[in-house]
Design a protein around this ligand. Structure first.
Ligand code: AMP
Length: 262
């Protein structure tokens, strides 16, 4: 049946279907979800590399991030000390580097980090590498490894900035628990020579590489290796988030939280 304009009911239905269909396609096109963007609030899988001179507070910041924000953290200094303490074949080879405040060769330290990441990364969304990479070659090895083995993690660089004078002062007063590795400042203890760890009761000791000549050697090494490392990050398009670290650990942690929430 046709109406006065000569258009049949079937034709009208067809036109209406075309109009509705077209409107739907246009709507979906305009509201296409952005599938590649990470959700705000830093929920994407992240590996943060924590840079900073020896004694700038990387260990303390890592501990806070672990306890309060659920980061999985690893200190390459601790990995090195564990190898030495267990007197493994590798430990015997690297003891001298560590005792002299020198960096362990890039491929050796990367071997330890790679092993740790292979065992632990799948259980964590947010990881802190405390004290790794320390050279441009290490950073290149890490980025290559992440590209191939951990493609869904992004790398972020956070640097704790501190003057050499402040580093020397802190190292001179730093004590470490032999058992749980908690860090203390002798300046905060009533009787540093007899104090025990407030956390586990362990013995507080001075680390071999916190002695003055060793700290100077480590600072020298840091200044030599750090420039090329920063240059490498820049040329790879990675931004370095810097935190002035000559403040209280609470203030440093507050700045860290602001940075990782972006
Ligand atoms: P740390 O406790 O971070 O100062 O590290 C202690 C020692 O472990 C250093 O003096 C080095 O001998 C060694 N070490 C730690 N991290 C690295 C690294 N990324 N590259 C080479 N050596 C390292």
């Amino acid at each position: 049946m046709k109406n006065r304009s000569g258009v049949s009911g079937v034709q009208l239905l067809l036109y209406a279907a075309i109009l509705v269909g077209g409107a739907y396609v246009a709507y979906r096109y305009m509201h296409k979800p952005a599938v590649t963007e990470a959700a705000p609030g830093g929920s994407a899988k992240t590996i943060i590399t924590l840079m900073g001179k020896p004694g700038a507070g990387k260990g303390t910041l890592s501990a806070n991030a672990r306890q309060e924000l659920g980061y999985l953290t690893v200190s390459t200094g601790d990995l090195v000390r564990a190898e030495i303490a267990q007197q493994t074949e590798l430990g015997k080879q690297i003891k001298q580097f560590s005792d002299e405040g020198k960096l362990v060769p890039d491929d050796v330290i990367f071997g330890l980090v790679k092993e740790w990441l292979a065992e632990n990364a799948s259980a964590a969304e947010k990881i802190i590498l405390d004290g790794f990479p320390r050279t441009a070659a290490q950073a290149a090895l890490l980025m290559d490894f992440m590209k191939n083995e951990l493609p869904d993690y992004k790398l972020r660089v956070v640097e704790l900035q501190m003057s050499d004078e402040e580093v020397m002062k802190r190292a001179a007063n730093r004590l470490v628990c032999e058992g749980c590795k908690e860090i203390f400042s002798a300046l905060m203890l009533e009787n540093p020579d007899e104090a025990a760890c407030a956390k586990c009761g362990g013995k507080l000791i001075k680390r071999e590489d916190d002695k003055e000549d060793k700290v100077r050697a480590r600072l020298e090494e840091y200044s030599q290796k750090n420039k090329p490392l920063e240059e490498f990050y820049r040329s790879s398009g990675l931004m370095i988030d810097a935190i002035p670290a000559d403040k209280s650990s609470a203030e440093v942690f507050a700045e860290f939280k602001t940075i990782v929430s972006k």
